[in-house]
Each structure stands twice: as C-alpha cells, then as structure tokens.
Design a protein around this ligand. Structure first.
Ligand SMILES: NC(=O)C1=CN([C@@H]2O[C@H](COP(=O)(O)OP(=O)(O)OC[C@H]3O[C@@H](n4cnc5c(N)ncnc54)[C@H](O)[C@@H]3O)[C@@H](O)[C@H]2O)C=CC1
Ligand SMILES: O=C(O)/C=C/C=C(\O)C(=O)O
Length: 486
C-alpha cells in the first residue's frame, strides 16, 4: 500500500524525492490519537533515502537559486493558493493525525500555513533589499545569497504550521529543502509535496522524507552536503542535532521548549488574567510557548484561583473534530505516560491538585484532564521541566522582585506573559524578564515580522522576517572602490 485515505482524503505514504514518489522497504504505523485508529503504513526512510533526498536537493539548487526572486515569489504564492484550495482537507487530515482541534485548524492554523508562504514571498520581493552604505568613498553592498540544501526537522504538535514556517523562507531565499516530518504526524507534509508539485515547483526543490528521527533524521543532519539545519523540538534531540551539525560546521537554528511564566500582579484585570491562564490548556498543553507556571501575587491569589477553576471547569474535552470541543487528546500513549509521570511524581512529592491530576477516565484513550498543581517547591521537577501536556503549576509572590526572580529561575527562556494594570510596571518588569517574547496583557499574538526564538535552552537563533533570511542565506558584503575604473 502506498497511500492511505483519511476522511475521504488520499495521502501518499511514500517519500517525495526529486519530484517523484519513492518507497522504502520498511514502514511504520501511523495511528490517530483521537481513537487509536490505525491510519496506515508510512515509508520508513534511512540513510539511503536521506542521501537520495540531499542529492536531489543539491542537483536542483543551482537552477532554483538562479530563478529570479519575482518568479520564486510567484511560485510560493501558487503554493499558498494550493493550501487555500485544499484547506479543509489539510485541516481534517491534520486533526486526525495529531488530535488538535479541527475548528482551530480551519480558522487559524491552515490559513497561517498559506500566510507563511505569502509572507516570505512578499518579504523577498518587497523588503529584502540591498543595504548600501559608504566607507571613505567605497560602496558597501550587502546581499542575501542562497546557501544551498536545507534540512528542516519538525515536531508533531503543529506539524504543517511549524514546517511551513521554515519551508517558506528557505525556499524564498533560493535554497532547496528536505523536510523530515515527525513520525507521529507524517501526513500533511506529504499533502504539501503534492501541492508544491501542482504549483509548479521544479523537481528536487522541495523534498519530503518520512521516518524516525534517530534513523533518517540523524542521517540528514550528519550529511556533509547540507548547508543549513533548522529544527523545532525537544532539547535532548537538539543536542544530537547540534553535535551532528558541528562535525560539518553546518549552521543550525534551534526552536526548543519552554517553561514560561505567566505573572499576575495585584493590579491586574483578573478576568483577563484568568482568560489568559486558561488559554494555556490550548492544544492539550502541547505548545512550546505555553505559560505553564502561573505566578500570582499572594494578595489576589484566592480570587484568581476561584475564577480560574470556575472557567477551567467549563472546558469541554472530547473528539477534536466536534466544534463544541475545547480540548482534544494528547498525541501518543508514550507521551501521555510521560505527562502523567510528571504529575504522579509531583503529587508524591506533596503537590496538591486543585484541578484534574490524571487521565480523563470517562473518555479514556489519550484524554488528560486539565490540571492545576499547587504547593510546589521552586526546585521541584514539575516546576523545572517541560511537561508538554495540560498541566499548570500555581505559585505566589509578594514583591515585584520576587516575581521576576521566580520567572527567570529556569533554564528556559522562550516566552513570558505578564498581566498588570500599570504600564510603568509592564515596562519595568518586561525589561528584566529573560525571554524571546514578552506578552503584556495578551498571549500568542504572533506576527511573522517579529523575531521568534528563545533565550537559554529554549533555542539558538531567531526566525521571522529578516531573521529568517539572515539564517537561510549566506549574507555577503561587496565593497567597491571609487578607483580603478576605465
Ligand atoms: N515545539 C516544541 O518546542 C516541541 C517540544 N517538544 C518537547 O519534546 C518532547 C518530546 O517530543 P518529541 O516529539 O519526541 O520531540 P523530538 O525532539 O524527539 O522530535 C522532534 C523531531 O525531531 C526528530 N528527531 C528525533 N531524534 C532525532 C535525531 N537524533 N536526529 C534528527 N532528528 C531527530 C523527530 O523525528 C521529530 O521529527 C515533548 O514532550 C516536549 O517536551 C516536542 C515537540 C515540539
Ligand atoms: O504558532 C506559533 O507562532 C508558534 C508556535 C510554536 C509552537 O506551538 C511550538 O513550537 O510548540
């Protein structure tokens, strides 16, 4: 079998290499987290498929790099058109594969996938200019030259959105791409391959390989012909990828996890604070940006907690295809066991569950109750490690300094959210928080023009706008003398 049908949509389960479908002798099984249904067998790539994909990307590179920017942009807009034309199909396939809400995929996520292509196409033609300046009469001309084949490795929590956030700028910059989809969510990457072919991307410009990270992923990141590696996922995997890249001195961009704080000051609009806090259960907590540490001024913690629990208890858990559902399943039995392990150990260590604290026994399967744990020590595992599930901790502070100290007392630094009625406090506190993004009285307001990435172990580098082109290009300065001309 080389294809599966999901909700009436046919998906090819082979790799996409050099403009052709390529199978593998081995396969792995793709299972839906919604109900455990087997979706099908997916090609399981290894070193041979990694070599073939990089070879195809390398062969296609000179032609794509020489394609005028306006033509590259036109083709990327055609890809966006294809995404929009198949938006409903992409949404249902993604929901079936990763369990995130169908209504979110339809309204927010898949439109963002199309926007990723349009944004970087337009940035290429409208904003990525020459940066000219003069040095003692000499002209400096800065240009962004394509770097070569790029390997992009992406996770399962927002598969197509996070992949295209890398694919689009890499292609816009004139590079060719090998995308390795996460093995728990292989399907929409394959549909994207179809869409790029229909849009007219030349063979080998965009390639998809399927398989396990330790197998085909490791072979790709160790490949000496790769010029850029961009990865979103966990810190342990990032260490493997960084080590593989170091052997070839391949530049790496790493978007990793977080343990972000949400600070609620006594002068905050508490309804807003509660709304923002409950939002952290989105995607069943499987969001790197999630503010999983609630830090609340002791003066308002009782009122905050009462309102938080009332609101969180209204969340509807169930089938993510149902528009009434607010929280779907977690991704995989291994992952659910990992999430539950964190909670069990926290409870054993003396934490108290104000909400949830275990799997949803009525729903069964991979559904986990939204959980709020209090009485947690600052050095407890549950406060320090990324759970990546619907699990929040609640701690209090009594001074602004203490709030900032608690917020920054982490090895991560992806994001921080603060809720306050005082602009002065927002500026003061925001300036002292260690985070790639600070949200004030809001959460998840995202704009591709903004830099995105993390401090400390939340990542290396920034993506978005010109930062993406800085990463995916060999930035060159040409210095031209006023002398020596005929
Ligand atoms: N966006 C984020 O920040 C994400 C964070 N995570 C964190 O990671 C934890 C584990 O999730 P996983 O999916 O197992 O993350 P992971 O980091 O293992 O997987 C992400 C991607 O890396 C690939 N990969 C794994 N090992 C590799 C290797 N040696 N070389 C090259 N590629 C490799 C995987 O196949 C997948 O495509 C989560 O519980 C969460 O804490 C996971 C996914 C996304
Ligand atoms: O949607 C965004 O802009 C960023 C999302 C990032 C994640 O969900 C992640 O990497 O986990």
């Amino acid at each position: 079998m080389t294809e599966v049908t999901v909700a009436g949509v046919t998906v090819d389960t082979r790799h996409w290499i050099g403009g052709e479908r390529v199978g593998s002798a081995d396969t792995f099984t793709d299972v839906s987290p919604i109900d455990g249904a087997v979706l099908g067998e997916i090609a399981r790539g290894g070193r041979a498929e990694a070599d073939a994909a990089v070879t195809a990307a390398r062969a296609a590179f000179p032609g794509w790099a020489a394609t005028p920017p306006a033509e590259r942009a036109r083709l990327l807009h055609a890809v966006a058109d294809g995404v929009e034309a198949r938006l409903a199909e992409l949404a249902i396939v993604e929901t079936t594969d990763n369990g995130a809400l169908l209504r979110s995929h339809l309204r927010g996520v898949m439109p963002r996938v199309a926007h990723n292509f349009r944004f970087f196409a337009d940035w290429l033609t409208d904003s990525l200019g020459h940066d000219d300046f003069d040095t003692r009469g000499h002209e400096n001309r800065v240009s962004w030259d394509p770097a070569g084949p790029c390997v992009l490795i992406t996770p399962w929590n927002a598969p197509l959105m996070l992949a295209t956030w890398k694919v689009a700028p890499a292609l816009a910059a004139g590079n060719t791409v090998v995308l390795k989809a996460a093995e728990w969510t292989p399907l929409t990457a394959s549909l994207l391959a179809d869409i790029t072919a229909e849009a007219g991307l030349p063979a080998g410009v965009f390639n998809v390989v399927q398989g396990y990270g330790e197998e085909v992923g490791a072979a790709l990141t160790a490949h000496p012909d790769v010029r850029r590696i961009s990865f979103t996922g966990s810190v342990p995997t990032a260490r493997h990828i960084g080590a593989a890249a170091a052997a070839n001195l391949t530049p790496v961009s790493l978007e990793l996890g977080g343990k972000s704080p949400l600070l609620v000051f006594a002068d905050a609009d508490l309804d807003l604070a509660v709304d923002l806090a409950v939002e952290q259960y989105d995607n069943a907590g499987q969001v790197c940006l999630a503010a999983t540490r609630l830090l609340v001024d002791a003066a308002v913690v009782d009122e905050f907690t009462t309102r938080f629990l009332a609101k969180a208890r209204t969340l509807v858990q169930g089938d993510p295809r149902d528009p009434a559902t607010d929280m779907g399943p977690n991704i995989h039995p291994e992952h659910l066991a990992r999430v539950d392990g964190f909670v069990r150990r926290a409870l054993d260590a003396g934490a108290k569950a104000l909400l949830g604290g275990g799997p949803h026994t009525d729903l069964g399967g991979l559904y986990y109750r939204p959980t709020l744990l209090t009485d947690v020590a600052q050095d407890a595992e549950i406060v320090r490690e990324e759970v990546f599930g619907p699990v929040l901790t609640l701690q209090t502070f009594t001074t602004e300094d203490e709030a900032i100290t608690l917020a920054n007392d982490t090895r991560f630094g992806l994001a921080a959210t603060l809720v306050t009625g005082s602009r002065e406090r927002a500026r003061r506190v925001g300036a002292r928080l260690v985070a790639g993004t600070v949200w004030v009285n809001c959460f998840f307001v995202r704009d591709l023009r903004a830099p995105f990435g993390g401090a400390r172990q939340s990542g290396v580098g920034r993506e978005g706008g010109t930062w993406s082109f800085d990463f995916y290009c060999d930035v060159k300065n040409t210095v031209t003398s006023p002398n020596g001309w005929h």
